[in-house]
Design a protein around this ligand. Sequence first.
Ligand code: TRP
Length: 331
Amino acid sequence: METVLSGIRSTGNLHLGNYFGAIRNFVKMQYEHRCYFFIADYHSLTTHPTPGDLHRNVRQVLVEYLAAGIDPEAATLYIQSDVPEVTELYLLLNMNAYMGELERCTSFKEKIRKQPDNINAGLLTYPVLMAADILIHRAHKVPVGKDQEQHLEMARTFGNRFNRLYQTDYFPEPYAYNFGAELVKIPGLDGGTKMGKSEGEGNAIFLADEPAAIRKKVMRAVTDSGPAIPGEAMSQPVENLFNLMRAISSNDTVDHFMDAYNKATIRYGDMKKQLAEDIIAFTTPLREKILEIDADNDYLSKVAKMGAEKARESASKTVNDVRRIIGFRGF
Ligand code: TRP
């Protein structure tokens, strides 16, 4: 059985893009593989969040993943900072991560541009911490987007370098897990092709959004002004609306509006009204679940504790093995 591991950024509420892009697949995967899902709160310290924000964000992400269907009994769902073994492996891996390769990392260069007043060593060694996250469970598959592929490659480099240095095959090579055909890309509402919280206000629909907010965002979604012109290609914003509808609404609904589009009788206002109601029908049970879990602190605390225990079992085994391989041995 393969070990699959995914690190979840500890900021931001889940939106439909996250849901259709990854989470729905995690929910399926958790019964087919040995899955580790963790909230990367150590990583978030590179931007110096306030203690209140840090805590709130981690809690929110945990609540929403549970609400979206991650089963803490099936998968190992944990908070990174509950597993101190990660930091020990991080320290050990730092010894064979070279300055040059860390400085050349695209995400580091981007960060120093974005936060020139806070170029801390944690930013530089971010890929080492991420490698520790992955290698600590000796994961084979890591579901990541394009933006994380370089980090994953670095995790392979550090693992391989360790193996070579100590003449072992202890760490397997982790590779990106591609959902392939399972991956449904959700467009943004701003006419762009990607739903994301950093793409601007109103671009993303969050699982926790109230119906009124959803209606407002959908009604304001970019479309083109005029009716369809027969023979001309569909514009990107309109295609986005149809793609969103394909993910959310029934086939009959999609067919109805497609037909209207082809006949050039479509009114985008009507289409958006329908889309908004279908999104609300889809997200309402999720929002209710979020509220329910959010109100149940005992449950959250039980889940976090169980996750930490399961993760530490695997992590401490790795750290013990690694210590022995390196030469830290008892007398
Ligand atoms: N860097 C990842 C991101 O920004 C989050 C992350 C941290 C991660 N550690 C990881 C992802 C380990 C996969 C595996 O999204």
